[in-house]
Design a protein around this ligand. Structure first.
Ligand SMILES: Nc1nc2c(c(=O)[nH]1)N[C@H]1C(S)=C(S)[C@@H](COP(=O)(O)O)O[C@H]1N2
Ligand SMILES: [Mo]
Length: 195
C-alpha cells in the first residue's frame, strides 16, 4: 500500500474528473440521453434476457456503497458514495447459463470493456446512477455506469446500454490498445505486458 491507503503509484485528488474535461474521449462531447426512450438491454448467455426502461430499472432494489475510484493515469478519489443496483442482483434476475464466463459492456459512445463474471459478483460492484447523493451527471457516466472499485477505472464503463454475457473473452477498447485486461489496482497491473 502507498501513502494513506491508496494502491501503489496513485495520488489522491478530491473529485472524480469528468471524462470530457480531463481526457480525450472516444467521441467528442457527451452522448445525449432522453430518459423516456433510454433502454438497457441484458442478453447473451442468460436464461432471462431483458430490456429495461429507465422507470423499470429504478424499481430494482438499490443499495449504497462507498468505495475509492482509481484511474490508470494515476489519480484516485477516496470515499465515493455510489447508489445503484449490485451487479450480483442483475445476475440473479437474468440467470446466466452454465456457458457464461465473461460479460461485455457496450456503451453509448462506442466504448466497450469486459470482465470475468466471477469478478463482477463482488459486493462493491454496482450499476450506479447516483454519486454523493446526486443523480449521476452525463460527464460522470450518467444515467447509468458500471463501478468496479478494485480495477482501474477503464473497467468502470460509463453510459452503459447493453450488457452481454459471453462464453469467451472479448477484449475491450483500452484492453485492445495495450492496457491490462486484469487491471488490478492493488497488484498495479496497468499494462498488458506485465503478465
Ligand atoms: N463509455 C465509456 N466509459 C468509460 C470511458 C470511456 O471513454 N467511455 N473511460 C474510462 C476511463 S479511462 C475512466 S478514468 C473513467 C472516467 O470516469 P469519470 O468521467 O467518472 O471520471 O471512465 C471509464 N469508462
Ligand atoms: Mo482512466
Amino acid at each position: 500500500m502507498d501513502q494513506m491507503g491508496l494502491p501503489p503509484g496513485q495520488y489522491e485528488i478530491k473529485e472524480i474528473l469528468k471524462w470530457n474535461i480531463d481526457h480525450p474521449g472516444i467521441i467528442q462531447g457527451n452522448p445525449k440521453f432522453d430518459l423516456e426512450t433510454w433502454t438497457l438491454t441484458i442478453d447473451g448467455e442468460v436464461k432471462n434476457p431483458i430490456k429495461y426502461s429507465w422507470k423499470v430499472f429504478l424499481k430494482i432494489p438499490a443499495i449504497e456503497s462507498v468505495s475509492d475510484f482509481h484511474c490508470v493515469e494515476g489519480w484516485s478519489v477516496k470515499n465515493c458514495k455510489w447508489r445503484g443496483v449490485r451487479f450480483s442482483k442483475i445476475v440473479n434476475i437474468v440467470k446466466p447459463t452454465e456457458n457464461a464466463h465473461y460479460v461485455t459492456f457496450k456503451c453509448a459512445d462506442g466504448y466497450t470493456t469486459s470482465l470475468k463474471l466471477e469478478e463482477l459478483l463482488k459486493e462493491n460492484v454496482l450499476l450506479a446512477y447516483r454519486l454523493n447523493d446526486k443523480l449521476l451527471e452525463t460527464p460522470l457516466g450518467g444515467p447509468l455506469r458500471l463501478v468496479v472499485p478494485d480495477k482501474y477505472a477503464y473497467k468502470s464503463a460509463m453510459w452503459v446500454q447493453q450488457i452481454i454475457f459471453t462464453k469467451s473473452h472479448e477484449l475491450g477498447f483500452w484492453e485492445k490498445r495495450g492496457y491490462s485486461d486484469v487491471a488490478d489496482v492493488w497488484r498495479e497491473l496497468r499494462f498488458q505486458h506485465q503478465i
